[in-house]
Design a protein around this ligand. Structure first.
Ligand SMILES: Cc1ncc(COP(=O)(O)O)c(C=O)c1O
Length: 383
């Protein structure tokens, strides 16, 4: 019954070079000298012995599953301990853990906004925010990327409740949102502000405290600070942090929190271990800073079309999807794995190679990557 419908949709994706294939990760490492510049494990915590040990230990203690929704009997000691630890780490009164970042966005936006409200979303905001707006029923207005002026124009004349949603570190561009100005505008216009710092939490700011710390902003600069454990913490899951009233409200109102099985307790246990590692091994942040600086300097010297970024997300602009796909294949043949990002993840004609740097990259690895990128001979003209 659905075959014609599906075939048509999939054919359209193929025609637009947007058809995606999944590859079993291990099979990517066909060469012994393969270099991996993909994924989001920026600090190398996914395989850290203390993190893996905490995960295994908690699975032994609590079993592999939480066995229920957090509202019933799925909320275990590690969930509670992680909520407290995250709130304390960031200086928020309270936090609540969601199963993943996608669901955290769905939960928060649908809890806070309804069809009479308007959500203002950065033009390159994550798909989970867009889908969350749909679930909430609120009106969606997109403002130009990181443009506080354009956002102010968009807000004018919108009289009902308003929520501004931005990423902290933008996952597909690697730049950092102008949070101080966004926060000032939110306060001036009595709008709410949600910062999704999926890629900044654990990475930027003092000891990895994220984008608010990066700008020395207090916790109450935002209404909700949301971030994930699946990136810098190498694990899985997400949280929202805010005032007592906000977090209690989310627990009561966020259906994607309530009506799903709580994450396995081993996951929050692994993130708690990751938080300890961040404090005990500050060299991880300095090593990452060195990797980023070395790569940026090499890219500048070689005049590569890399977007400005001080984060581990470095973006090599290509343009057309088909060219980005070809560039990814050529790098892969050289034993270098990067992520090829195409529409609809990014706007048309801005297909790119997303290079994810991490603490384990040595200068030699970075030189190999930089030389390979240069050998592509790509000149990018912004649309
Ligand atoms: C900005 C942003 N928000 C939310 C998510 C979703 O997080 P998760 O992978 O935990 O569902 C991502 C992940 O790609 C992201 O980049």
């Amino acid at each position: 019954m659905f075959d014609d419908f599906i075939n048509e949709k999939v054919a359209d994706k193929k025609e637009k070079t947007q058809y995606r294939t999944r590859v079993v990760k291990q099979s990517l490492f066909q060469r012994a000298d393969t270099l991996f510049f993909s994924g989001n494990d920026y600090l190398g915590l996914a395989n850290h012995p203390a993190v893996v040990g905490a995960f295994a230990g908690a699975a032994k203690t609590y079993g592999v599953g939480s066995t229920a929704s957090p509202m019933l009997v799925g909320y275990h000691e590690p969930h509670h301990a992680l909520e407290e630890a995250v709130a304390e780490f960031l200086g928020f009164p309270r936090a609540v853990i969601f199963s993943c970042g996608y669901m955290a966005n769905l939960g928060v936006l649908s809890a806070l906004c309804g069809r009479h409200d308007t959500i203002f979303l950065d033009r390159i905001g994550h798909a989970s925010s867009i889908d969350a707006v749909k679930l909430s029923g609120a009106k969606l207005k997109r403002y130009r990327h990181a443009s506080v002026e354009h956002l102010a124009d968009c807000i004018q004349g919108v009289s009902k409740r308003r929520l501004i949603v931005t990423e902290g570190v933008f996952g597909m561009d690697g730049d950092i949102a102008p949070v101080p100005e966004l926060s000032a505008l939110a306060k001036e216009t009595s709008s709410g502000l949600l910062v999704d710092d999926a890629h900044g939490f654990g990475i930027i700011g003092d000891g990895g405290r994220g984008v608010l710390s990066h700008y020395s902003l207090p916790a109450d600069s935002v209404d909700v600070y949301l971030a994930t454990f699946g990136k810098a913490f190498g694990s899985y899951g997400a949280f929202a942090a805010g005032s007592e009233v906000m977090i209690d409200g989310l627990v009561q109102l966020a259906r994607p929190y309530m009506f799903t099985t709580a994450m396995p307790p081993a996951i929050p246990a692994s993130v708690l271990a990751g938080l300890r590692v961040l404090k005990e091994e500050p060299w991880r942040h300095s090593a990452l800073t060195d990797v980023i600086a070395y790569f940026s300097k090499g890219a500048k010297e070689r005049k590569l079309p890399i977007l400005p970024s001080i984060t581990p997300i470095q973006v090599f602009m290509v343009g057309e999807s088909v060219d980005a796909e070809e560039a990814g294949k050529r790098l892969s043949a050289l034993g270098i794995l990067v992520s090829v990002i195409r529409p609809p993840t990014v706007p048309n004609k801005t297909s790119r190679l997303r290079i994810s740097l991490n603490v384990s990259h040595a200068h030699d690895d970075l030189d190999r990557l930089l030389d390979a990128l240069q050998s592509l001979g790509i000149r990018y003209d912004a649309p």
